[in-house]
Design a protein around this ligand. Structure first.
Ligand code: WQD
Length: 339
């Protein structure tokens, strides 16, 4: 299929693009490069064995987005574009609502105008809110504790309402747990814009000497070692989940399908620190710190639905995630070049 991948130069979008091309799909990336580097395109060409078409466009501009869809004949959209920093969203709620909701409304409007029916949405386990029991299941209620999370809850609702009005749509809501890792070549990986918020890129930057130490946000959680537990998922498994969801959409009865993409296995902060120290052969200095506002003790998936309905199951281990992250970071100590 000819697929538009919005935000395709970003972390998840770039890894998914490689797997879509390998699966025989034709990919066009749309990106404004506000949070990513153009150098990703050269790496994608190397991994895909051919240039990946890229259109530089502000997808919040309805006219420009409509023109893009009229010029190209897309058969599906994978929508990764959006702002995703929790802390930043608390400080800049208007920018987050305007950008994240605006992007999606603009793309959906262009899809409706040009008859594109398949839409794969980058959602997040953050929609389970702070009171969800574990393991999280797709039928649990959604809520949020920050504007970023609310933009995901709201976009899921927008998509459910659109599908009610246009039942020939086929929408996949993919709820990512904690994506980490990198393509095993070390050519593409996570290159956070600014100071990373997430644990794994921080560990990688400490190991490679970009940062001094890790603040351990709380050791008094009700967990075996006192640190919070998360469902870390290798980005290659996550990308494979997108390809599987896209393939399944045509045969789905329902207009909207929701799938957790997680391993179902929780890992604590201290366990990940130890695994990364092992993989990198570097010492990771830590300092005990207060809990981070908004953090929950445990978040991990019930991955049964995606396994049953998509035939998808995560295969990479925590060791794979750390080894692949380290290969990317040690080959690209400061991330992608400013090309
Ligand atoms: C993981 C664990 C921290 C940094 C976030 C977003 C979520 C999604 C994934 C987009 C937690 C601890 C972290 C540090 C630490 N993003 N930690 N010291 O918070 O589970 O999820 O990223 O969809 O929406 O909320 O991931 O990597 O930030 O934190 O101790 O310097 O590492 O407290 O327990 P999180 P994370």
């Amino acid at each position: 299929m000819r697929i538009l991948v919005t935000g395709g130069s970003g972390y998840i979008g770039s890894h998914t693009t490689v797997q879509l091309v390998a699966a025989g799909h034709e990919v066009v990336i749309a990106d404004d490069f506000s949070r990513s580097k153009r150098a990703v395109l050269g790496r994608l060409e190397e991994l895909c064995g051919a240039p990946v078409a890229c259109r530089v466009v502000d997808l919040t501009d309805r006219e420009a987005t409509r023109e893009l869809f009229e010029q190209e004949s897309f058969e599906a959209v994978m929508h990764f574009a959006g702002l995703k920093a929790v802390g930043e969203s608390v400080a800049l709620p208007l920018e987050y609502y305007t950008n994240n909701l605006g992007l999606t409304l603009s793309v959906l409007d262009a899809m409706r105008a040009t008859g594109v029916k398949k839409f794969v949405f980058s959602s997040s386990a953050t929609v389970y809110g702070e009171h969800a029991s574990v393991p999280m299941r797709e039928d649990m209620p959604t809520s949020a504790t920050n504007p970023y999370g609310w933009t995901k809850v709201m976009q899921e609702q927008m998509l459910r309402d659109l599908a009610t009005a246009a039942p020939d749509m086929r929408v996949a809501l993919l709820r990512y747990f904690n994506p980490v890792g990198a393509h095993p070549s070390g050519l593409i990986g996570e290159d956070p814009h600014g100071v990373p918020n997430n644990l794994m890129p921080l560990l990688a930057q400490i190991a490679v000497g970009q940062r001094n130490r890790l603040n351990l946000f709380g050791r008094d959680y009700p967990t075996p070692d006192g640190t919070a537990r998360r469902d870390y998922l290798h980005v290659e498994d996550l990308a494979a989940g997108h390809v599987a969801a896209l393939d399944a959409l045509s045969s789905r009865e329902e207009a909207v399908s929701t799938w957790n993409l997680g391993t179902g296995t929780p890992t604590s902060v201290l366990e990940l620190v130890a695994a990364f120290a092992e993989a990198s052969g570097r010492v990771i200095p830590t300092v005990d710190s207060a809990r981070r506002a908004g953090d929950i003790a445990e978040s991990y998936a019930d991955p049964t639905k995606a396994q049953t309905e998509l035939g998808w199951k995560a295969t990479r281990t925590i060791q794979d995630m750390c080894a692949d992250t380290w290969r990317w970071q040690s080959s690209n100590p400061t991330g992608y070049p400013d090309a």
